[in-house]
Design a protein around this ligand. Structure first.
Ligand code: CTP
Ligand code: MG
Length: 222
């Protein structure tokens, strides 16, 4: 089975702020994006790594790692994924893992669990059950309490049979917040596999020192 990993690094990191996009910020001595790339490649299952974003910025970060020519991203995450998928189409992978370059830590069990789930479903994503009580609100006042039973937070990498996700992206008529949503829209099933509270997407400035602490002090398993 030929597996491609699509690594997204075309965002500007507006919520994170700072002089460089968050995926290039240093974490435990290496850029966030480097951690993400190494985590994807660690298990040795990937045939191709397809980075998406600005080539001049990404190439030095991925130096020494095997990867396809870097593809330019788009204005939205979805457009960036689409660009990466179209580039990968030439190689006709069986499976693609679509991963946020802003997620520096991936537990070792996630990719095997996703690949196992793809034997029964065209898509699979890591997700964690929602722990907090959920409120719907408007104008600073609670409108309703939303039952959290059966609710999950979706993470990446999201894994798909390649032809199915390529078709879903080509057919998409509106913007979705993740790739699984596009597959769902075509009526195909997406499996939920066990995600991790440690698979954090660096989003705001405070996420970086927290992750740094986890990596250095608590020694996350790789
Ligand atoms: N991404 C991308 N192309 C875009 C937007 C996002 O490749 N046009 C990537 C980001 O680089 C990141 C991942 O998608 O690795 C998840 O997106 P997000 O966390 O929202 O990153 P940004 O869009 O960069 O941040 P923000 O929304 O705060 O501006
Ligand atoms: Mg964004």
């Amino acid at each position: 089975m030929k597996i491609a990993a699509l690594l997204l690094a075309a965002g500007t990191g507006s919520r994170f702020g700072g002089p460089v996009p968050k995926q290039f910020a240093a974490l435990a001595g290496r850029p966030v994006l480097r951690h993400a790339a190494e985590a994807l490649l660690a298990g040795g299952q990937m045939t191709w790594l397809q980075p998406v974003g600005e080539a001049e910025s990404i190439a030095p970060v991925l130096a020494g790692l095997p990867h396809l020519p870097i593809v330019a991203g788009g204005a939205t995450r979805q457009a960036s994924v689409r660009a990466g998928l179209e580039a990968l189409a030439a190689h006709a992978p069986d499976v693609v893992l679509i991963h946020d370059g802003a997620r520096p830590y991936l537990p070792p069990g996630t990719i095997p669990a996703l690949l196992a789930a793809l034997e029964h479903h065209p898509g699979a994503i890591p997700a964690v059950p929602v722990a907090d009580t959920l409120k719907r609100g408007a104008d600073g006042v609670i409108a309703a309490t939303v039952p959290r039973e059966g609710l999950f937070r979706a993470q990446t990498p999201q894994a798909f049979r390649f032809p199915a996700i390529l078709a879903a992206h080509r057919a998409a008529t509106q913007d979705a917040t993740d790739d699984a949503a596009l597959l769902e829209a075509t009526g195909l099933s997406v499996a939920l596999v066990e995600g991790s509270e440690r698979n954090i997407k660096i989003t705001r400035p405070e996420d970086l020192p927290r992750m740094e602490h986890d990596m250095t002090a608590r020694m996350l398993p790789r």
